[in-house]
Write a protein that binds this ligand. Structure first.
Ligand code: ACO
Length: 311
């Protein structure tokens, strides 16, 4: 790729023009987008499992209806995102195959187990809260199909975050046992939620280039900081304690300082699939096999319709 082309492309980005699928683009831009969008899609699909685990055990009909809707939304997000990735010249089948073979990355957060009902509250509040922090700026991402997909996704994530926080609020206003359950969930989900934003900027291999290409609009550390600043007062309102002895308000920067993140845990989750990684992929494979007849029937039906129309 010659310099002039790369420069002209960067100028388009700097003018805030959206890049569309048929536009010429540097190979690296295409590659990093396929990587990020497909990892994002896989995260949504795998993310259905930890919460799906509680659908049959939701404590009331109202809670069950909300949780069902939320898990279905995640499935929908995965499908928009696969469709956005397909505009870059890969097929959904290829991407799904990479996931089923355990070759594709998905968000570290979805390898953790959901041990109690309070975890459903904590996931909505913290995990979807973190997802919103990260995804609202992606609505202004330079690649058109990704940016547009993010608009609806973010509206739905906002509902997910509220339903999670409301579960936490109900538990915190309940019996001492319920409040203890909420605290235990916060204790287990806090640090993994901070890890969702990815490595520190100094370690983020794609960070600088993706900021320049406006795929990312904020760095990993900047988003993590925004999340901490927004979430600590919410924990205080619930009467819960954030499990970080070093957490302190820093007047000068106008934000919180936090203690060190356990990057060994993060790296081990990425490497070995963490606590539930193997189950997540095994369940996904089983779902793929169980659903094969539906795909075959849909393809046969489409073929029949096409033949009829041709007649
Ligand atoms: N879990 C798993 N892998 C991660 C995580 C994480 N939380 N954070 C970073 N990584 C991986 C990156 O994918 C990259 O791996 P690769 O080179 O093998 O592809 C590596 O660690 C280095 O990280 P960065 O250079 O910082 O990568 P990047 O610039 O892509 O930033 C980020 C990572 C912030 C996750 C970015 O890709 C992003 O914004 N993605 C879209 C949002 C998303 O995927 N959210 C998923 C969870 S939210 C949800 O599904 C509800």
């Amino acid at each position: 790729e010659d310099e002039a082309f790369l420069e002209a492309f960067q100028e388009r980005i700097d003018r805030e023009e959206k890049i569309e699928p048929n536009d010429p683009m540097p190979e690296g831009y295409r590659r990093t987008l396929v990587r990020q969008i497909s990892q994002h899609a896989h995260s949504e699909i795998i993310g259905m499992q930890p919460e799906g685990n509680w659908i049959t055990r939701a404590p009331s009909l109202k809670r069950k209806a909300a949780l069902l809707a939320k898990v279905q939304d995640e499935g929908g997000h995965g499908l928009y995102l696969y469709a956005a990735a397909e505009t870059l010249g890969v097929t959904r089948e290829e991407l799904v195959e990479q996931l089923l073979q355990g070759k594709a990355k998905y968000s570290s957060i979805f390898t953790y187990p959901t041990l109690s009902w309070a975890d459903i509250g904590a996931i909505g509040w913290l995990v979807d809260g973190a997802a919103i922090m990260n995804q609202v700026p992606l609505c202004r991402c330079s690649f058109g199909p990704y940016a547009r997909a993010m608009i609806r996704v973010c509206k739905e994530e906002s509902f997910h975050q509220r339903q999670g926080y409301e579960i936490m609020l109900t538990l915190c206003n309940g019996t001492p046992e319920q409040k203890a359950m909420a605290q235990d969930a916060l204790d287990r989900w806090w640090w993994p939620s901070l890890m969702m934003f990815g490595p520190h900027d100094s370690e983020s291999q794609h960070g600088d280039q993706n900021m320049a290409w406006k795929i990312k609009r904020f760095t990993n550390d900047a988003l993590r900081q925004k999340f901490v600043d927004a979430t600590v007062p919410q924990a205080e309102f619930l009467g819960l304690k954030v499990p970080d002895p070093d957490l302190a308000w820093n007047e000068e920067k106008g934000g919180y300082d936090i203690g060190p993140i356990d990057w060994d845990e993060f790296r081990s989750v990425l490497k070995s699939g963490g606590f539930c990684g193997r189950d997540r992929i095994r369940n996904r494979r089983r779902a793929e096999e169980d659903g094969a007849w539906v795909r075959e029937a849909a393809a046969a039906f489409a073929e029949k319709q096409a033949t009829r129309q041709a007649d």
